[in-house]
Each structure stands twice: as C-alpha cells, then as structure tokens.
Design a protein around this ligand. Structure first.
Ligand SMILES: [Zn+2]
Ligand SMILES: [Zn+2]
Length: 280
C-alpha cells in the first residue's frame, strides 16, 4: 500500500511538522524546510533537529519529503539569479540532509526566453555544481514534472530524461509525478487508456525505477492547459477515479503519495481518509 499524506506547515519550527502530519492521518508528509517565498533562510538548530528526528521516530514515519523554494531557478540565463538559485539549492540540500530527509522535490527551472534546451543544459550543470558542494548526503533530488506554464521546462518526460542524461550524478536523481501538472501538460491520465499509456511512456523514456514520489492534486484547468492550478480531489477536471486507480496500482505500492490541494487542514484529513478507504 502506498504511504498517503500531505504537505504540512512548519509554523513554529520544523520540529512541529511530524505531529501535525500524524494528527491529519498521514503515513508520509512533505514540508518546506524554510519559507518558500524568501531567499533568506535561517539554518535549523541542533535542538530543532533533535526534536524533529525523535518525533519522526515516535510516529514511525518512513518517508519525509522536502519541497524546494519556488524562487529557485536552476536554469536561469541571468548569472546573478543563477548564482542565487544555486546557493539556495545548496542550502536546501544541507538542511534536508541535516534532517535526514529522503527526497527533495524541485521544479527543474525555466528558460526565460532562451529555449528549452538552454534550460535543460543549465539545470544539469547546476545540479552537478550543487551536488558537489554537499558531498556527504543521502538525500535524493527529485525533478518534478511541471505543467509547462510560462517558460518552465519539465512538462515532457523527455526533458527529465535529458537532464538525468546530462548530469554526472544520475544516481542522485529521481522524479516526482504531480498528477495536476502531468494532466495540465497534456498527459491524459484520467482515461484508463491514457493512464496506461502515460505510465508506459514514463517507463520507456525515464524508467519507473526513477519514480519516487507522487503529488496527488486535482486540476482547476483542463487537459493540456499548461496552467498549474491545484484543486481538491474530485472537485476539478480530473475526478476521483484516477486517484483510486493510483492508490491501488501495484507498481506504486511502496511510494509516498502527497496531497498539495488548496484549503484548510481539515480538508487534508478528509482526503487522506478517502484515499485510505479506496485502497483495496
Ligand atoms: Zn507538486
Ligand atoms: Zn503545482
């Protein structure tokens, strides 16, 4: 059975996140390790780390995921922005390693007018640069499939494959599959035939062994819209069937599946229960 959970707040400190997740019924959870809308991040103290790790142990979480800041663009053509992004990403790897987090999910980046291939090359170089700055880390870096909004790359499986191919450290890289993003990018996983075809393509192009985390989100925008707007499960253009299919898909039985749907914390508890009840 997959590990079902959601994104939880670190308000008051990261050490409060595990209990928050447990209270919502999570088997796995995702956090930001710092304010995702600010460049400046304070380091995590040893006290926070100690409490965080003991709480993880207490609630027996096997899977903790961090999501990188939305400001980071590892594909930026602007040297100053690129340097800031790489620096922030290095700090993210350091914080996540310190907290013994298994996976960092990040949006690959955007080309800002330079074209997809420019960004794919820059992202691969950025990843190598950052990985080399934090040599002792077991945290894997997961490229998230994107909706392809604006000049974002990562909306095709081929993009993710190219980045992995161009990196010197492919063993440190994996993929996060966001259902809303894939649907908005044009992968019709809602229909059964499209679902089967999409994961066949994923396996052929990237390899299902690279798929480490799912983000389960319905979409406020239709198939192929290239717009990233999450919705609560069953409320958007995707409906509930695709999520029932995912939680019962044998191939994904041991993967964390994380909700990032809009709304208050109560709706997360409700959606987690819906998904748990749907597991056969
Ligand atoms: Zn996501
Ligand atoms: Zn999104």
């Amino acid at each position: 059975m997959p590990y079902i959970g959601c994104h939880v707040s670190i308000s008051g400190g990261v050490e409060h996140a595990p209990k928050r997740a447990a209270d919502l019924g999570c088997d796995a959870f995702q956090i930001f390790t710092a304010n995702q809308m600010q460049w400046k991040a304070s380091p995590i103290t040893y006290d926070s780390q100690r409490v965080f790790l003991s709480e993880i142990n207490k609630y027996d979480f096997q899977n903790v995921i961090s999501h990188d800041s939305y400001l980071v663009n590892l594909g930026s053509p602007d040297p100053k922005k690129l340097a800031m992004s790489r620096n922030a990403f290095i700090k993210e790897i350091q914080r996540s390693t310190f907290l013994k987090i298994s996976y960092i999910v990040f949006h690959p980046g955007s080309h800002m007018g330079k074209g997809d291939d420019y960004a794919l090359q820059t992202i691969a170089e950025s990843l190598d640069y950052c990985i080399e700055k934090v040599p002792a880390s077991d945290t894997s870096l997961l490229l998230e499939i994107t909706a392809g909004q604006g000049s974002n790359v990562g909306y095709k499986f081929e993009h993710l494959r190219t980045i992995i191919n161009r990196s010197q450290y492919p063993s440190r890289l994996g993929v996060c599959f966001d259902t809303c993003h894939a649907f908005a990018a044009g992968y019709d996983i809602v229909k059964e035939a499209g679902y089967n075809d999409t994961f066949q393509q994923f396996d052929d192009i990237i390899g299902l062994d690279r798929l480490k985390v799912f983000h389960l989100n319905d979409s406020k925008k239709p198939l192929g819209s290239r717009v990233d707007r999450h919705h609560q499960l069953g409320e958007g253009f995707m409906g509930l069937d695709v999520f029932y299919r995912l939680v019962n898909d044998e191939r994904f039985a041991n993967l964390p599946m994380i909700l990032e749907t809009p709304g208050d914390e109560e709706h997360y508890a409700r959606e987690i229960q819906i998904l748990k009840d749907a597991r056969k």
